[in-house]
Design a protein around this ligand. Structure first.
Ligand code: 4NP
Length: 176
């Protein structure tokens, strides 16, 4: 499968000491691009060096830009994600990324089922990073009202800020 992302993480090129986090949902057009954007934005604001990317477990939207409703909510928060392109998670991701964060339980199950036995990434549900929200999914807004994307944005923003705090303290505790 071709990689559509220009800023593709390669440990031979990127700094292996920096966290490299991959956010994964079903289609890679709604939740995980927003998680990536929120994380990149929060990391930049905190001057925290890290690499982020996103992917889907499904293959329906490979090469597509984010859903227009996801683009709109990001834009309302000053972030342009129109250039993102969906891709599907692949075996190499389990070695290239230090952390993989599925957005919901179905994503978590799919990711763990496909994980190579010697994969090195730590896999944790994204909202496990947020105090009081462990075990909760980021709800899929795709089939719902546009307002659902505001809830997604709030969830991924909370998670991004908590994740950066934990990565900065090296307390991510994200065991497999
Ligand atoms: P996402 O949302 O997993 O947050 O990107 C979805 C996108 C597409 C579909 C389902 C969920 N779909 O069925 O095509």
């Amino acid at each position: 499968m071709a990689i559509a992302r220009a800023r593709y993480y390669d440990p031979l090129v990127n700094d292996p000491q920096q966290p490299a986090v991959l956010f994964v949902c079903l289609g890679n057009i709604c939740r995980s691009p927003l998680a990536q954007a929120a994380f990149e934005h929060a990391a930049e604001k905190a001057r925290f060096p890290a690499f982020a990317d996103s992917a889907g477990t499904g293959d329906w939207h490979i090469g597509c830009p984010p859903d227009l409703r996801a683009q709109a909510v990001a834009r309302r928060h000053g972030i342009d994600i129109a250039g993102y392109r969906a891709r599907q998670i692949e075996a190499a991701d389990y070695y290239r990324f230090s952390h993989i964060f599925p957005l919901d339980h179905a994503n978590l199950k799919d990711i763990l089922e496909r994980m190579p036995a010697d994969g090195t990434a730590r896999v944790r549900l994204l909202l496990d990073m947020v105090d009081g929200r462990a075990g909760q999914p980021v709800a899929d807004p795709y089939f719902g009202e546009e307002a659902g994307f505001d809830i997604t944005w709030r969830d991924v923003t909370d998670a991004a800020q908590a994740l950066i705090r934990q990565l900065a303290r090296r307390e991510d505790g994200a065991g497999k």
